[in-house]
Ligand binder design. Structure first.
Ligand code: UD1
Length: 372
């Protein structure tokens, strides 16, 4: 190991960018001890799905770009492994940091671990206990082989201990995604998204939808569009469409159905500043995302999560989140509760305070005995 600790953080898909963004800001203050490099696998590549987040979050341009693009799970994972191995041979990192649960996360962990490089997983230990979710496989596989676990909520600690991981390698540090949210909140005044969408003085709800289980089946997707139609009888709804969902709406012949709903505002995927501005000003959010459950909890905005399971139970236990199976009647009932019922009392989870990356950096210095 050289004088300084050489770290490569790996990002690939949209939700990775905000989880990594606070790290370079902290590591920049430790350049006498740490060299920090960023590797972007290119799993997401459209401007709105990738570069917009680098721009909004002040993330430095990646030092390595693997350009793997889309493909089947094996194809994508395999391509990332082949290319990331070359990066590790060239750069010889002391530590590889991976975040979240996307294909880039497991691919980079598998590559580095097999090369004998230490690995740390940010957002470790989360479990939905639903193995039909590709992310659940990525989470279990990543945690089972990585060396250090950085955890966002108590359930993650409990899961890792139950699975037999060494307590001394598990660290409850909080949530780096919330670090990014805290960072961006100062900047959302810059966003003109409300006036761009004609929403300055109007109440609105916000929806995102992209999980394969919700959007890859024509009947399910059509049912969810019926729910959208129901919501739009009462309130305007902003729906930034993920590329996977857009492609399926067109393929399944549902484009007309969507276009005919009045009060529905469909947009391309949005950058982080615009999206946070919308979330913060919305009456409620409907989503099947992972991270949005946490962001709405922090912002204290009611959230209906259109899934049967969540890997982030704290958001339901003490946050504003409510898990609702994605069936038409149940979702409509939940929407009515939010529109006409009284809001749920909520709290912000422990360590979701904007300082998780600082805690992680201190622990890394200790691990490499550079904390003096
Ligand atoms: C991936 C993650 C998921 C995360 C989501 C956020 C995995 C297994 N899934 O799912 O956990 O919640 O990112 O978006 O890693 N596409 C584009 N432009 C892009 C990226 C994708 O058009 O920049 C299209 C392609 O047609 C691609 C499809 O979207 O086939 C899906 O992309 P992919 O990376 O396979 O998975 P996501 O559904 O985005």
């Amino acid at each position: 190991m050289g004088e300084k600790i050489k770290i490569i953080s790996v990002v690939g898909a949209r939700p990775n960018f905000m989880k990594v963004a606070p790290l370079p800001r902290i590591f920049k203050k430790m350049t006498d001890k740490i060299t920090h490099l960023i590797c972007h696998t290119g799993q997401h590549y459209d401007y709105e799905m990738s570069q917009a987040f680098f721009d909004n979050l002040g993330l430095p341009e990646p030092d390595f770009y693997l350009g793997v693009g889309s493909g089947s799970h094996s194809e994508q994972t395999g391509k990332i492994m082949i290319e990331f191995e070359k990066v590790c041979i060239q750069a010889k990192p002391d530590l590889v940091i991976v975040v979240g649960d996307v294909n880039s996360t497991i691919a980079a962990t598998l590559t580095a671990t097999k090369m004998g490089i230490l690995t740390a997983h940010i957002e470790a230990g989360l479990r939905s206990f639903d193995r039909s979710m590709p992310e659940e496989i990525n989470r279990i596989a990543t945690d089972s082989i990585c060396d250090f676990h950085f955890v966002t909520e108590q359930s993650g600690m409990d899961n890792l201990i139950r699975e037999g991981h060494k307590p001394e390698n598990i660290f409850f540090v909080g949530n780096t995604m919330i670090d990014s949210l805290v960072y961006i909140l100062d900047k959302i005044e810059q966003s003109t998204i409300l006036s761009n969408l004609g929403l300055q003085n109007e109440e609105f709800a916000l929806m995102t939808l992209h999980r394969p289980s919700n959007v890859d089946d024509p009947k399910q997707l059509s049912n969810l569009i019926d729910v959208i139609e129901f919501i739009c009888n009462y309130i305007r709804l902003v729906f930034p469409i993920h590329p996977r969902t857009r492609k399926n709406i067109e393929e399944f012949g549902l484009k007309n159905k969507i276009e005919n709903i009045k009060n529905l505002i469909v947009t391309d995927p949005l950058g982080y500043i615009d999206f946070v501005k919308l979330m913060k000003n919305s009456q409620f959010v409907m989503t099947d995302s992972g991270g949005i459950q946490e962001e709405t909890t922090f912002l204290k905005i009611p959230c209906i999560t259109m899934r049967t399971t969540t890997e982030r139970p704290i958001t339901c236990q003490i946050g504003t989140n409510r898990l609702v199976p994605p069936e038409k009647s149940k979702l409509i009932q939940a929407v009515q509760d939010v529109l006409f019922g009284s809001p749920k009392e909520s709290q912000i989870p422990k360590y979701w305070d904007g300082k998780a990356a600082e805690r992680i950096a201190e622990i890394i210095l200790k691990i490499f005995k550079k904390d003096k």
